[in-house]
Design a protein around this ligand. Structure first.
Ligand SMILES: [Zn+2]
Length: 414
């Protein structure tokens, strides 16, 4: 089955089968007046339309009518297997209540944990599928999805099984992460002994059960003041590593807890958030293979002035990726387009860096860069058509959905 997409005003893509770091993040390959040929789900030709080889057998001939093609976006940090929404709490926050006040009255993450524990397996799968479908409409073709709202064995397993079930029919390729160490369960509040028991349960019970069912590729932990300490995070991630799960880490979001250095030290796939990363943390990440995964929509949604230091991380040679952090409390969006716009307009990344961060570098952090994340011959044909004459419109023409078609493995899914 061969598909020809012709009459593209532009193809713009990073290039390579691994992440680009530092200045190389700006180096896009751009073809003007271009065409793409997909064969058996993979890119078979990319280049100027005038260079198309003669004698091709094409089953499906698509006129892109001047669209721009970019790689399908890779959203490498999301919390989509949840139930219950928090729009009223959001409205209270807009009227001046703090997150701490809302949490003290039973809101915040505890309310999502309640709703998620009560949701059936079917409901959770349907929720994941609905959110993945929304992601695809905005151009995402691969997304990571975390548990972490169960905070007890069965509910964590249900969240991960929901990802597996949804993945069978999802337009977006889903990659699962166990985040049992997202928070201590609400019922352990103020009880240090109960908290220690939960930590033991993660290590002795939850992670082994997840591994036995092969429900997660990655293991994640939220290292933060008042949540998991650096040492507790390390113990959880090492336990996951022994069971074959690759570590990722919520690091230095609300306070500097030396999370970035821990992630680098463990060889984690990514260190995520980093709004409060220290100079030492920046140096450690820049010298490592760990991806700095930045989530500017969270700063924006929390109305914070504080964004992660993307410029320092890139200028010092680090690997930066971008993600939505899609979750009901601090970033209720599935759109990687707005994330790229915030990365550029608020964190001063260039458009080129943002596109690389939202595609190839995210794919690298999910260990999929040899398969997706760029438009190049041999890779899976995951790409997006934009109603735009050039990739610059991804940021220039902001606040609208430029995506007109989404292809995953060469099949049109949106
Ligand atoms: Zn998160």
């Amino acid at each position: 089955m061969a598909t020809l997409i012709r009459n593209l005003s532009q193809i713009a893509t990073p290039h390579g089968r691994t992440a680009l770091r530092g200045r190389a993040m700006r180096e896009l390959v751009v073809h003007e007046k271009a065409a793409i040929v997909v064969n058996d789900g993979r890119f078979a030709f990319i280049g100027c339309e005038s260079d198309l080889p003669a004698g091709l057998t094409i089953d499906d001939d698509v006129d892109a009518r001047g669209a721009t093609a970019v790689p399908g976006f890779v959203d490498s940090h999301t919390h989509i297997p949840f139930a219950g929404l928090r729009e009223s709490e959001f409205n209270r926050r807009l009227q001046g209540e703090t997150y701490e006040q809302i949490a003290a009255s039973g809101g915040g993450i505890a309310s999502t944990v309640r709703a998620t524990r009560e949701a059936s397996q079917e409901q959770l799968s349907a929720n994941v599928l609905a959110r993945a479908t929304m992601m695809a409409r905005y151009g995402t073709t691969t997304a990571e999805a975390k548990s972490g709202y169960g905070l007890e064995k069965e509910a964590e397993l249900r969240q991960l099984r929901a990802i597996r079930t949804a993945n069978a029919t999802s337009p977006v390729r889903l990659v699962p992460t166990c985040l049992a160490a997202h928070e201590f369960p609400p019922e352990t509040r103020g009880d240090e002994h109960a908290r220690q028991n939960y930590l033991r349960a993660i290590i002795d019970d939850i992670l082994p059960a997840v591994a036995a069912e092969k429900l997660a590729v990655f293991c994640d932990a939220f290292v933060e003041r008042g949540v998991f300490t650096r040492d507790q995070g390390e113990v959880v991630l090492r336990a996951g590593q022994l069971l074959g799960m690759i570590p990722r880490l919520h690091a230095d979001e609300l306070s500097d807890t030396d999370g970035a250095s821990l992630a680098a030290h463990l060889g984690a796939a990514s260190a995520d958030h980093l709004m409060q990363i220290s100079e030492a943390g920046i140096a450690a990440l820049a010298a490592s293979g760990t991806v700095a995964n930045l989530l500017p929509a969270t700063s924006f949604f929390l109305m914070s002035e504080r964004y992660a230091p993307a410029r320092s991380l890139i200028d010092r040679g680090g690997i930066v990726s971008l993600s939505t952090d899609c979750n009901p409390g601090t970033s209720m969006t599935e759109s990687m387009q707005i994330v790229m716009q915030l990365a550029t307009l608020q964190m001063k990344m260039t458009v080129e860096e943002s596109l690389t961060a939202a595609t190839l570098n995210g794919a690298h952090s999910l260990r999929l860069a040899d398969e997706t994340g760029s438009i190049e011959v041999g890779k899976r044909a995951d790409f997006v058509l934009l109603d735009a004459p050039s990739y610059l419109h991804l940021v220039y023409h902001f606040g609208v959905n430029l995506v007109t078609a989404v292809y995953r493995d060469g099949t049109r899914v949106t």
